[in-house]
Write a protein that binds this ligand. Sequence first.
Ligand code: AMP
Ligand code: MG
Length: 407
Amino acid sequence: MSAPTPNKAAATPEDILVLLQALCLPLDAEQVALAEAAGRVLREPVCAPEDQPPFDRSSVDGFAVRQDDRSFQFRIVGQIRAGDWRPRTLRPGEAMRIGTGAALPGDNLRVVMKEDARVETDRLTVLRQDSERNIRFRGEDARAGQVLVGAGVMLSPGALALLASVGCARPRVTRRPRVLHLATGNEIVAPDRIPERGQIRDSNSALVRAFLGQWGIIPEQRRVAEDAERIKSEIQNPQSQNENLDLLLVSGGASVGDHDFTRRRLEESGFTVLISKTTARPGKPLILAQRGNTLAFGLPGNPLAHFVCLNLYVRAALEGFAGQATRTAFTPGVLAADLPAGGNPRETFWPARWSLQDGSATLTPLRWSSSGDLTSLSAANALIRVRAGPEQLPCGKRVEFVPLERS
Ligand code: AMP
Ligand code: MG
């Protein structure tokens, strides 16, 4: 991470994103098996080692015949199944049975579809002349040496399939960040427990785990209540894997209440606090701190604040650590319903569902009563950015949003 500029005033979302971009540089690259590479970012381009496909292949089940032979009667002289290699020069009037994906026996051929033919023993009658050759030609997908997947691209299932098809079995990707998540608060209990009066179930740990799972990251997670010594030792302990921790997430206690200790614990443990609040909501008391190569977020415990901070800021940090070439950006869209947020004193990120309609992103704001309201989160796939100011936001208004799917 590069040298930070300490900033203790309330930071705008832009300030935070710019700072994260400067702080979160790509982690080391490593070669891993394909099964380990999903969701990771490729660090060097993968090129086609040979033409793709490497030989002419039939795209249908049928009969290979000479391209110039338009007759209706043929004699079947052999069979080629997928996996066979049977070079042969076909003479006029000769056909070879061929399966989908099988190598053509020679050049200047076409394939008569099985559906267009009738067969009696070794006699083939063509019922319909097809203008298509029904061949996937050598090199028609890519030429030898062509870049198939560039550096900086996140490996989706489709990209992994492509890598497998060209024999790139151990791609060079960014190592996964080591992440520790501490859930603080005396009131939280595990989801499988029945809370006493005054207690609530810990939903943030599940949210954090699933969120990080999109990057293939499995965090260490602990519930530490408000036990100051425990929190300090978790953050400090150089014997654990924390020594090489890339990212520390602390849920709860980020604000200025009597029991909000996150900032103090981080400072006691040698972290420099770079940001302690933002101008936007939810997620106003957000802490960003740094110690050596470890970045720490103190996330406000409110579930919606958590959701927003993870999807905006932690995501930006992960994209930086991963060396991802394309970063999440604010995207233009149109409101599909009134947003009851006009006259907004503060910039707000509003949970919504977006879909594509008539070529533009259409946003349906979800019901949201408070930062503690989890009911809208299961449907949310976008956050609408509502700027501070007197502007009304009726249906049809153009707005900016962040899509939440990873791409
Ligand atoms: P805090 O940031 O600690 O002041 O917490 C703000 C709100 O979030 C409080 O209502 C907490 O009870 C709630 N909260 C804190 N941690 C969690 C958690 N892990 N799961 C669900 N809610 C939480
Ligand atoms: Mg708390």
